[in-house]
Design a protein around this ligand. Structure first.
Ligand code: B1M
Length: 209
């Protein structure tokens, strides 16, 4: 088994104490950080699949998520750029009713590396909180809304609508997350969509400059 395969297996099994060390070993063995990340994302896909088929339940899904987060912590310095150029502030959060934050955290990390100052509102963020954050921070250029549940897509729609109806200007809204499509993003009036964290950073930069 390669180091990357070991990382993948231990994330799937939710071994939070072992994953950071294995990620470090995989890095030390010369593996590309992005390949290690891709393997962990794949693990979460397997975990999701097992949840769908009733093989595992929410607690197992949660411990796998914790294991992945610990692994991402080790990868962070290797994934992030220097963020030298300052492009403005990006407000980010997972929409109301939704507690998934691994994808949002990766998107935040990549947008930060692209040169933005991040304001992370966390998970389960009501539409009005996005608006308040735009008012509370200087030079907001991007508002990024993440959502993982089909059932919280209406909350994403509400977030975009509330932000747009606030009358505040000078920024663009981008959305993403597994159930979000470019068509849905356009339909709810978002300015941009990205399927993954890397593309979200490219999109944020493109829209802010
Ligand atoms: Co949940 N969950 N979960 N879950 N969970 C999913 C999403 C699910 C697909 C599993 C399944 O059934 N196969 C399913 C959703 C089905 C649907 O609605 N379509 C699901 C469900 C049903 C639920 C509950 C309802 C289960 C229950 O209670 N019965 C419940 C809901 C709780 C709530 O939010 N109110 C629930 C709970 C949980 C845990 C708390 C246990 C845990 C989350 C812990 C945490 O995040 N801290 C969890 C987990 C871990 C998952 C899976 C297994 C993994 C999610 C993940 O982290 N993926 C997930 C299955 C899966 O994803 N295949 C599942 C890795 C991550 C890197 O990918 O988040 O997709 P992702 O992010 C990507 C892209 O989507 C994109 O970039 C990221 C990186 O490239 N992206 C953006 C994300 N945000 C973006 C924003 C952008 C642009 C791109 O611009 C702003």
């Amino acid at each position: 088994m390669t180091k990357i395969e070991e990382v993948k297996a231990k994330v799937e099994a939710g071994k939070s104490k072992l994953v950071p060390g294995l990620v470090q070993e995989a890095l030390d063995a010369g593996n590309n950080p992005q390949d290690i990340l891709d393997a962990m994302v794949e693990s979460m896909g397997v975990v999701g699949e097992k949840f769908s088929t009733g093989e595992i339940f929410v607690p197992e899904m949660l411990i796998a998520a914790k294991a992945m987060s610990k692994g991402v912590d080790v990868l962070k310095p290797h994934l992030a750029g220097d963020g030298a150029s300052k492009l403005g502030t990006c407000i980010i959060g997972t929409v109301a009713g939704d507690l998934h934050d691994i994808g949002k955290n990766l998107v935040s990390l990549m947008i930060e590396s692209a040169g933005f100052d991040m304001v992370d509102l966390g998970v389960d963020v009501p539409a009005e909180t996005f608006v308040q954050a735009i008012k509370d921070h200087d030079n907001v250029k991007i508002v990024a809304c993440s959502g993982l549940l089909t059932s919280t897509m209406p909350a994403m729609k509400e977030a975009v609508a509330t932000i747009k109806a606030s009358g505040l200007t000078g920024f663009k809204v981008i959305v993403g997350g597994a159930p979000v499509t470019p068509e849905y993003a356009a339909e709810i009036g978002a300015d941009g969509f990205a399927p993954d964290a890397g593309t979200a950073a490219v999109k944020a930069k493109e829209l802010a400059t």
